[in-house]
Write a protein that binds this ligand. Structure first.
Ligand code: SF4
Length: 299
């Protein structure tokens, strides 16, 4: 494990850092409360890959547990997938240094993936499937009632656009879900936190980051494209990303066209629709200052 540099140690006690820490803790606390992610008596297995997001998640959950009104156990878990060059000593040393209960699991999924996927093809989908199976097995072994993952708000938005652009679905990454076999509840306590804040936090905390490209796989080209699109919007249109994130919590099924979500067949003049009649009106959008702007429909 690397020793914090004097510069980062100093940064960690600056007022801006303390404000950032508070903001992240507030975001995580709100997500936990809004989605009832953690309950009294839970054992939360926090999956730590060695990247900035999962280190931050573990650190914030440990801090919140100190003052939580409920009692829960945290077990940090790392899966060593035997990727070439994986520094196997880094995470155990880190977990020891912060005194968290932990479990390291070693499974050579790297060889399986290399064996099954032809050279040059993306290996991530098989790799993630294998990883998921192992994570669920370990969660059972340690009696975990919740599995916490380090995905954040921007991961959720990227997934939303990936599904819309390439999958024909309005579907993102939920803050809480149950596994297909009904055995596990997976939570994403960073759902309200931005990648930028997490990156700043991780830098100041000087976590011993393990690079995520050890397997040699290229990041999915479609995800890269979406990331670039969102980054461009964040730069050119302040507030747009925040509005998108809010939209994930403001779905109006009567104003989409999914017949499984809204009974259009049964809709008649007696039906009361939540958002009312907007058939002939342009949508009204609040300005950042609070007053309303009207979008004129195109002919
Ligand atoms: S980047 Fe490598 S380790 Fe990560 S999911 Fe893809 S194949 Fe697996």
């Amino acid at each position: 494990m690397s020793t914090p540099s004097p510069q980062s140690a100093e940064t960690r006690f600056s007022n801006t850092f303390l404000r950032l820490k508070k903001k992240l803790e507030r975001g995580v606390g709100e997500a936990i409360a809004d989605f009832n992610m953690i309950e009294d008596g839970d054992t939360v297995m926090v999956c730590v890959s060695g990247g900035k997001d999962s280190y931050s998640l573990l650190s914030i959950l440990l801090a919140l547990r100190e003052r939580a009104p409920v009692d829960f156990r945290i077990v940090a878990m790392n899966l060593d997938q035997k990727q070439p060059g994986f520094p196997a000593e880094v995470l155990p040393a880190y977990f020891e240094s912060i005194g968290v209960e932990y479990r390291i699991v070693t499974e050579d999924t790297y060889s399986i993936v290399k064996d099954k996927i032809p050279e040059g093809k993306t290996t991530c989908s098989l790799c993630s499937r294998l990883r998921r199976g192992i994570i669920y097995r370990v969660a059972r072994e340690i009696g975990a009632t919740k599995i916490a993952l380090g995905h954040h708000r921007d991961d959720m938005l990227e997934t939303l656009f990936l599904n819309m652009f390439f999958g024909g679905k309005i579907k993102a990454m939920p803050p809480k879900l149950v596994s297909d076999d009904g055995q596990h509840v997976v939570i994403r306590p960073l759902a309200y936190c931005t990648e930028n804040d997490i990156a700043r936090f991780a830098r100041a905390m000087d976590f011993p980051i393990i690079p995520c490209n050890l397997c040699g796989s290229q990041e999915n080209a479609q995800r890269k494209q979406i990331k670039a699109m969102l980054a461009g919007w964040a730069r050119d249109y302040p507030g747009r990303i925040e509005s998108l994130a809010t939209a994930l919590q403001n779905v109006v099924p009567s104003h989409l066209a999914d017949q499984r979500l809204f009974d259009f067949q049964g809709l008649d003049r007696h039906t009361v629709v939540a958002e009312g009649d907007t058939a002939f009106d342009p949508p009204e959008l609040p300005r950042s200052g609070g007053d309303v702007i009207r979008i004129t429909p195109l002919d």
